[in-house]
Design a protein. Structure first.
Length: 133
C-alpha cells in the first residue's frame, strides 16, 4: 500500500508534468453533436478540447482501404493528450492549430478510440488516422 501511494505521488509530481512538458503542439478536437445538413453535407460540431498535445509516430502504419471504387491511403499515428484533459470518443476530429514542426499545422486526424485509461498513466495516447492519399 505504501509503495502504491509513493508511486501515485511521483506520478502526480514529476511523471505527468514531464510528459506534458513535451506536448508543445496545440490541437482543437471537435465532435459531431447534431445532424448532417442535407444541403451542404456538413455536420454540426462542438469543440470538446483545445490545448496542448503531441503527435507521435512510433512506426509507419498504413492501410489502403477502398470505398466507392476509390483506393486511398490511411496513415495511423498516436496523439498524446494530458491526463484528465477531456473524455475523447471514437470519431472525434483532431486538428493541429500550432506546432513546433511547420508542416504539422493544419493536419487533421480522426481519433479511433477512447483513451486507454489506466491507473498510472502519464498521458492519454490515442490512435489517430489521417487520410494521406
Amino acid at each position: 500500500m505504501i509503495r502504491s501511494r509513493t508511486l501515485a505521488r511521483t506520478l502526480e509530481r514529476t511523471m505527468r508534468p514531464n510528459a506534458e512538458s513535451l506536448m508543445r503542439d496545440t490541437v482543437r478536437v471537435e465532435r459531431v453533436v447534431g445532424t448532417v445538413d442535407e444541403l451542404t453535407g456538413e455536420a454540426e460540431r462542438a469543440i470538446v478540447y483545445e490545448g496542448p498535445a503531441k503527435l507521435q509516430n512510433q512506426n509507419q502504419y498504413e492501410s489502403r482501404p477502398e470505398s466507392g471504387g476509390h483506393t486511398y491511403v490511411v496513415q495511423r499515428s498516436l496523439v498524446h493528450f494530458p491526463v484528465g484533459s477531456f473524455q475523447m470518443a471514437n470519431g472525434d476530429l483532431c486538428t493541429f492549430v500550432a506546432s513546433l514542426a511547420p508542416f504539422i499545422v493544419g493536419q487533421q486526424y480522426r481519433l479511433t478510440g477512447e483513451a486507454p485509461y489506466k491507473t498510472y498513466e502519464t498521458a492519454y495516447r490515442v490512435y489517430a488516422d489521417q487520410i494521406v492519399g
